[in-house]
Design a binder for this molecule. Structure first.
Ligand code: HEC
Ligand code: HEC
Ligand code: HEC
Length: 427
């Protein structure tokens, strides 16, 4: 598999080389002098605005190592190319952004290029951040430059050839990266435009919620249609609230509740989404949350997925699953899968129960689920892990049961699927 990918990249490099060479390998321009004066960068209102925007962009989450100083980098991010540590973005002169001009910063965020023109790995979400406006980028730059500098040298990446060569990203960029600021749609409301700008840009929701191929690129324009997160065993569901969407039936308020408190009448955030809520969306202004919900509500209906209900004779599995459900799950989630409002999420119609792979439900049953602690929900209930009590066959049966009961019609999961996830560590 890996070999095929490498061969494809090399072929693409060879085929596209000449054209790419022409269009991209001008000698890297010397970093342009800043057009922004020092006084502007010290403006407290601009810095406060930048702090808010950096929270919306969740920059701290990737740029902070566990137990390390905020924004000083060092968190190692797994990608299809290998492991990439995040750099220090505090204003340290030797190891951070101390010598950077605003133009350098803009080039990183907008064009995915480092200070010396080197191509950056797309695990830095610049395929989304390219949509951010210059004004918002300037505010974030002012904020980052106002932080105390932390001396924290970059750690080496562990990438295999050809990805270890930054120029191999030329082919990737030609396929998957379209540079350009967000363009307003004048036929839509201000709230819709604000929401689209935040979701597609700074909020970088698509970095997890879009289908991706083996090179970690997004195909076509299946925006926010759901996908397995590259190199992580979690599935970020489709975000359409219309017919057959992953959030079918969610109201604007349900979405706002989930993003603000980690909990909603329709489901609870866990895994990587719990981190997004804890670090980023719970701190967003209500106007912005409503704007994002307005935009998500406008995503189109989806095609009906092929139901797994008829593919196999599942009577025995369903009976086994029903028994486990009644004994182990129904006390909290209800016989009818309706949950308990404000306490236990419903499993009926739940996007993480119905997502196409079954990964989320299998992993939550094995490992338990931890909703984020937020201001709106300071002491969330958690879901106990069942890895010790239930065998692989039991987990497959109960997960199949919840995926095919009530209004749910997702596919069967098998014992061999559970085996795969039983031993994957929590990431
Ligand atoms: C999903 C993780 C992730 C998020 C979110 C993220 N970054 Fe990064 N960022 C990275 C990684 C990893 C790199 C290094 C890429 C490389 O080495 O090619 C990087 C590189 C950068 C660089 C270039 C630094 C250098 O030394 O070349 C800047 C500037 C930057 N990020 C700023 C930001 C800002 C501002 C935000 C929030 C708006 C942000 N990042 C959000 C992971 C992330
Ligand atoms: C780091 C990856 C990641 C990012 C970035 C991300 N999500 Fe998620 N999201 C997930 C995963 C994984 C799930 C499934 C787990 C769950 O339901 O909490 C999820 C679930 C959701 C759900 C459904 C929750 C439920 O209970 O069914 C909503 C709504 C959502 N995300 C909205 C967003 C929005 C809006 C953004 C951008 C601001 C976003 N997400 C960014 C990974 C991500
Ligand atoms: C003690 C109460 C309790 C029991 C028993 C319990 N759960 Fe949960 N479950 C929860 C809570 C609380 C959450 C939300 C935590 C989270 O999302 O991180 C949850 C979340 C889930 C989720 C993810 C859905 C979502 O939106 O968060 C699934 C799937 C799930 N449970 C299935 C089951 C199954 C199957 C069983 C029986 C094997 C079970 N649960 C037993 C309390 C319970």
């Amino acid at each position: 598999m890996k070999r095929i990918v490498i061969v494809v990249v090399l072929l693409l490099l060879a085929a596209g080389g000449w054209w790419l060479f022409r269009s991209e390998s001008r000698p890297s321009a010397p970093t342009s002098a800043s057009t922004v004066d020092a006084a502007t960068l010290k403006d407290p209102a601009l810095i406060a605005q930048g702090e808010y925007l950096a929270t919306v962009g969740d920059c701290a989450s990737c740029h902070t190592r566990q137990g390390g100083a905020l924004y000083a980098g060092g968190r190692v991010l797994p990608t299809p190319f290998g492991n990439i540590p995040s750099p220090n973005i505090t204003p340290d002169r030797d190891t951070g952004l101390g010598e950077w001009s605003f133009e350098d910063f803009w080039q990183a965020l907008h064009s995915g290029k480092g200070r010396h023109g080197e191509l950056l790995y797309p695990v830095f979400s610049y395929t989304s951040f390219t949509k951010v406006s210059r004004d918002d980028a300037l505010a974030m730059f002012a904020y980052l430059q106002s932080l105390a500098p932390v001396h924290a040298p970059a750690q080496p990446a562990t990438l295999s050839f050809p990805y270890s060569v930054r120029n191999s990203l030329k082919a990737w960029r030609a396929l998957y990266f379209k540079e350009g600021e967000f363009q307003r749609d004048p036929s839509k409301s201000d709230a819709w435009n604000r929401g689209a700008y935040l979701v597609q840009g700074l909020g970088h929701c698509n970095e997890c919620h879009a289908p991706r191929d083996s090179l970690g690129g997004q195909q076509g324009n299946a925006s926010l249609a759901g996908g397995q997160i590259p190199s992580q065993n979690w599935y970020a569901p489709d975000l359409s609230t219309q017919t057959n969407g992953g959030l079918a039936g969610w109201s604007e308020q349900d979405i706002v509740d989930l993003l603000k408190t980690g909990q909603s009448a329709r489901g609870t955030a866990f895994g990587p989404m719990a981190e997004v809520v804890a670090r980023s969306t719970q701190h967003m202004h209500d106007d912005d949350l409503h704007a994002m919900a307005t935009y998500l509500q406008s995503l189109p209906p989806r095609a009906a997925s092929v139901s797994g209900k008829t593919q196999l004779d599942t009577r025995a599995i369903m009976q086994h699953g029903a028994k486990i459900y009644a004994e182990r799950c129904a006390d909290c989630h209800g016989k009818d899968g309706g949950g308990v409002a404000g306490v236990y999420p419903p499993l009926n119609g739940n996007s993480s129960v119905n997502e196409p792979t079954g990964i989320n439900a299998m992993r939550v049953v094995l490992l338990g689920g931890f909703a984020p602690v937020t201001q709106g929900n300071p002491r969330p209930y958690s879901m106990p892990p069942f890895a010790q009590q239930l065998s692989d066959a039991d987990v497959a049966a109960v997960v199949t049961y919840i995926r095919q009961s009530w209004s749910n019609t997702a596919s069967v999961v098998l014992e061999r699927d559970v085996v795969k996830y039983r031993h994957t560590p929590i990431d």
